[in-house]
Design a protein around this ligand. Sequence first.
Ligand SMILES: Cc1cc2nc3c(=O)[nH]c(=O)nc-3n(C[C@H](O)[C@H](O)[C@H](O)COP(=O)(O)O)c2cc1C
Length: 440
Amino acid sequence: MTTDLAALGLRESATFDRATIADIQRAADTGIYDIRGWGAKRALPHFDDLLFLGASMSRYPLEGYREKCATDVTLGARNALEPIHLDIPVTIAGMSFGALSANAKEALGRGASEAGTSTTTGDGGMTPEERGQSKTLVYQYLPSRYGMNPDDLRKADAIEIVLGQGAKPGGGMLLGQKITERVAGMRTLPIGIDQRSASRHPDWTGPDDLTIKIAEIREITDWRKPVYVKIGASRPYYDTALAVKAGADVVVLDGMQGGTAATQQVFIEHVGIPTLAAIGPAVQALQELGVHRTGVQLIVSGGIRNGADVAKALALGADAVAIGTAALIALGDNDPRYADEYAKLGSAAGFYDDFQDGRDPAGISTQDPELSARLDPVAAGRRLANYLRVLTLEAQTIARACGKSHVRNLEPEDLVALTVESAAMAGVPLAGTSWIPGRS
Ligand SMILES: Cc1cc2nc3c(=O)[nH]c(=O)nc-3n(C[C@H](O)[C@H](O)[C@H](O)COP(=O)(O)O)c2cc1C
């Protein structure tokens, strides 16, 4: 039975709301800070605060059935002998084996390959299931070096040097209950002991060392593979410029809404800047260095959910986007059919974020053999491919409505903002005006 609290004259405090009170009670009970998965849950300025103008007298739309609107993207042609060609501008973000089950990693590879895009390893190395099922696989080179293997660098189609993540520019956790024998073996770690992901690379102290690292990776891979650099959105203008100067082919920019497998809640909600605010400064850096849309590509992630988000990120200057949380949901994460089991864990379908504790009823963020076996990698891969197709079709529909024959031709001019904040952050006019706060 639900009680209508307002009818009883009870008023919830905006400052001390129920979630805040529960947080204080949990901290007082346990004496430890909260660690969880998922990304920032508070409301932040986001793509929903932008709208497309669509066609009008001064623009004419393309016709859906007869006029083509292309979606392909090439990544890494600046220096690599073998650049990446993707059919769609949506990629699967790096998520670790360890955080995710082997079946989930395989499903990500299958879904991405079927939809004509890439998937990415994570903090924990490359699994044969993932390599085997991924037509295009990006291999992450992380501060922790967990699972790092020079042979795997050569097996990958591109290398992504990770400097940070939107959810945690500065380090995360893999809790002991997920460090099974296989995970421990790949990372050369003791079984069952909590692991803190390293917050910085052990062999460098500044941007000059990134230049050396990129050169080293190019040598190992015979200058064949594109080198990406992933940054968590905090100072995107400077970080993008430094990554380009160091020789990156692709910059991956992850906003603070970006998902995680296990990070301190205080970090997820209070460190970094929103995806919407991060794109503009990164694009500005690329433009000033003369490489935007020509030499260096920008992949944006952090809260991408639908084709409108994809189209808006491209219009603001991204070449492609990456998805993490949405891909897991497409595989079957938070599925209502496991409602009873989520309830037993003190959660509910649509709210489950305990990716760190290894008891995921959907068999995705777990290493438990019985739970992982629930996820059929073939069926889950097909669901992901469907979802990726929908994202692409939606972005295409919007691009056509704006009169574009390629999704990458979307531009800031196609957008307006609903709020003063989002207008200032995205650098587009407030709807119905020509006013861009801070610029005009
Ligand atoms: C379960 C999970 C595991 C992740 N593991 C990694 C990782 O190993 N390395 C990394 O760079 N990012 C990792 N991330 C972050 C993603 O690569 C990506 O930046 C983020 O999920 C994008 O935001 P979105 O989830 O809102 O799409 C992980 C995210 C999730 C949800």
